[in-house]
Design a protein around this ligand. Structure first.
Ligand code: ATP
Ligand code: ZN
Ligand code: MG
Ligand code: MG
Length: 465
């Protein structure tokens, strides 16, 4: 990328989340991730160019020095900070404006700092042979928290039985964030049981909200509808997927019914989620049993009498095991973290200069990572213990909010396999994205939100007397 010759016509709108907007290059497998901020922010509350640069550098460092060692080299692409011409950024912002979904327009793209993050486009496969007429399919899953909290600091019993995602659904419905409940339960996805994972993925397809997106050749083909009342079109998705699962078992002239296509599609996603990350590995992987607590969520629609079936536990190197392991660094729960946060706050009030030494706002380097790794297991009353646990909690929060990208395309020797009447084979790659640090200042908000979600859940599910 030649930074002095940037042309907005080479880029197009790709997608956005709550914090950033992403554009993709029309020819190269690259994206630019640009920060957003609330549109009501005035010039003097806005970050300076210098602060924006530091902010993005923090994001890259956090990914490189903290999340990558924890989640594994092969899944992470940290990207690099780029300084873009302001004129380019302004033109780009005008160009993408009409493509943006309405529900995201409460924030505007940063057109002041010229700072951005350059990343590989993970919806594409860079080495995919263009000979095949079927472009790569990419499935993006935001899995959310995959375990039930086990901390002794928990005050409400329901938190040990119903997972955060399922409780949060009721709160979001009440607040108008979504119009229908999702039946997806993260505990099913992280179970390692093929049956439960199948049900979890099926439920994501039926109600994707912001937990599932599907791309074909880099273009978004399936996601939640902007109009929250409208259901996503599963039949359209099946039409897109049909050419990837053409197998000829005599049925319907090689045209499988839609259900069979979706079924095979879900199987491919499951295998990728349980694999070591790319299609070039094989062998029966070792299983890990990460969860000592109750591994099933009482709000999940998965039939309870089937829970005993199938094999459980996640393969040790699988993307799900890696993410779950990092999520579980949150072993005190927000109820145990909040008092430690207050201990840190009190200390900083007395010794404000210590904020830097304790690396509260970074830099996110090896020394920050040492604090995360070497945190004491018992509270000795020190501020060091409190800071270590708070750091660990923030790292876990990042892992609870990341996305998994599974990108696959038919193997070259596919035609041969079809002749052999075998199942189609795919080459695939798995990555993790959206690994931004979660702010230290966000902890009081998390504490209040947790209380609200739990209280609302109890009120809405307990039958009136
Ligand atoms: P969130 O609200 O989930 O925190 P965010 O604002 O932090 O989101 P991202 O999740 O990083 O932003 O990016 C927004 C969307 O852009 C993603 O959901 C994904 O679809 C797309 N995207 C981000 N990075 C890449 C990439 N490297 N390759 C392809 N697509 C990407
Ligand atoms: Zn659940
Ligand atoms: Mg995201
Ligand atoms: Mg994010």
């Amino acid at each position: 990328m030649e930074l002095d010759k940037m042309d907005e016509n080479d880029w197009k709108y790709h997608g956005e989340g709550n914090k950033s907007l992403v554009v993709s290059h029309l020819q190269h497998c690259q994206v630019l991730r640009l920060l957003k901020f609330p549109s009501e922010d005035s010039a003097h509350t806005r970050q300076t160019a210098e602060q924006a640069f530091r902010h993005i550098l923090n994001i890259v460092d956090y990914s490189k020095y903290v999340m990558k060692p924890l989640l594994g080299e092969k899944y992470i692409h940290s990207g690099e900070v780029v300084k873009l011409p302001l004129d380019f950024v302004r033109q780009l912002s005008l160009k993408v404006q009409q493509e943006r979904p309405e529900l995201r327009c409460d924030k505007v793209m940063d057109t002041f700092s010229g700072c951005g993050l350059c990343l590989p486009n993970l919806t594409q496969l860079p080495l995919h042979h263009l000979r095949d007429h079927r472009p790569p399919i990419c499935v993006e899953i935001k899995p959310k928290c995959g375990f039930l909290p086990f901390s002794r600091h928990i005050t409400k019993e329901c938190k040990r039985k119903v997972c955060r995602f399922c409780m949060h659904q009721h709160y979001k419905l009440a607040n108008g964030k979504w119009k229908r409940l999702s039946r997806y339960c993260p505990l099913d996805l992280f179970s390692g049981s093929k049956q439960r994972m199948y049900v979890a993925l099926k439920n994501l397809l039926e109600e994707p909200q912001n937990n599932l997106k599907i791309f074909q050749g880099g273009e978004l083909i399936f996601s939640c509808k902007d109009d929250a009342k409208q259901q996503p079109e599963l039949n359209d998705l099946i039409q897109h997927l049909r050419p990837y699962f053409p197998h000829n078992n005599g049925l319907y002239n090689g045209h499988q019914p839609g259900k069979a296509v979706l079924n095979e599609f879900i199987q491919v996603i499951c295998s990728a989620l349980l694999s070591g990350g790319d299609s070039n590995r094989s062998g029966e992987p070792r299983k890990v049993h990460l969860s000592e607590s109750r591994p099933h969520c009482e709000a999940s629609p998965f039939p309870r009498d089937l829970l005993r079936n199938g094999n459980h536990g996640l393969p040790k190197d699988s993307v799900l095991a890696k993410i779950l392991q990092v999520q579980m660094l949150d072993n005190l729960d927000i109820e145990g973290i909040y008092p430690l946060y207050k201990r840190v706050e009190q200390y900083l009030e007395e010794f404000p200069k210590e904020r830097n030494r304790l690396q509260i706002d970074g830099p996110y380097n090896e020394s920050f990572m040492d604090t995360v790794k070497n945190c004491l297991s018992e509270d000795d009353g020190s501020v060091e213990y409190a800071v270590g646990k708070v750091h660990q909690y923030r790292v876990a929060m990042t892992a609870k909010d990341c996305s998994i990208m599974i990108t696959f395309a038919p193997c070259e020797e596919d035609e041969e396999h079809q002749l052999n009447l075998e199942k189609p084979r795919f080459t695939y790659s798995v990555s993790i994205l959206d690994l931004d640090p979660k702010p230290y200042e966000g902890i009081p908000h998390q504490y209040k939100l947790d209380t609200k979600i739990v209280n609302y859940y109890l009120r809405s599910t307990q039958a009136p007397p």
